[in-house]
Design a protein around this ligand. Sequence first.
Ligand code: COA
Length: 196
Amino acid sequence: MTDWDIAELGPHDRQAVTDACRLADAILGRGMFAAEQVLEDLRGGKLLFLTAYAGEPSALVGMATARVLDDDGYRELVAPMPPGTLPAAPPSAGDRRIGRLNAMAVTAPMRGRGLGSALAAYRTEWLRERCTEAYVISWLHNGQGRSDGLLQALGWRPVTVLHDYWLPATTTGDHSCPQCGRPCHCPSLLLRLSGH
Ligand SMILES: CC(C)(COP(=O)(O)OP(=O)(O)OC[C@H]1O[C@@H](n2cnc3c(N)ncnc32)[C@H](O)[C@@H]1OP(=O)(O)O)[C@@H](O)C(=O)NCCC(=O)NCCS
């Protein structure tokens, strides 16, 4: 039995998107999402934005996203990696539909009960239906509550450990790491999901 509800947000859920962006800022670091950009992406239909609620009265306890990448999104994914880690050719150059799990955060008191796995399973299925392959950069922070184990349990396979993946985002970009601030030197694990 689960003690949470998962909702798929749409372009009219302005307040819920704003609250979820605030949750992401608190857990994943400032500047990860901008609500206006999220609403615009939801209108485009290529973004999956999930929120999870629990308790009485119901409170936001988790958020997670996934998207089908256009060429710019793929370039953004690959740019901070050492050359050759993933093919440089964008999806439009071949018959590839590439997906990405972007972010996942669960409030500390709710962790370890399966909510993160449920959010990851929902998004994995969504990507499997739409993509020929998908990627995720799992944050290897040194605290409790990492995503690499539960992702592997869902069929995601490790590709390589990346160093300083978030260095550009935390120097020239707006992002700030909750662990190291700016700049971020956390390692991360690149994982891959094969589509149908
Ligand atoms: C990563 C995160 C979203 C996971 O959320 P969660 O709700 O704790 O996830 P789950 O409960 O499904 O899984 C966590 C662990 O508990 C285990 N677990 C799940 N349900 C369980 C249960 N009923 N009983 C015992 N263990 C359980 C899982 O197997 C998993 O173990 P693992 O880490 O060894 O693989 C959360 O820890 C978080 O927000 N972390 C900080 C931000 C972060 O790192 N986000 C990911 C960025 S890539």
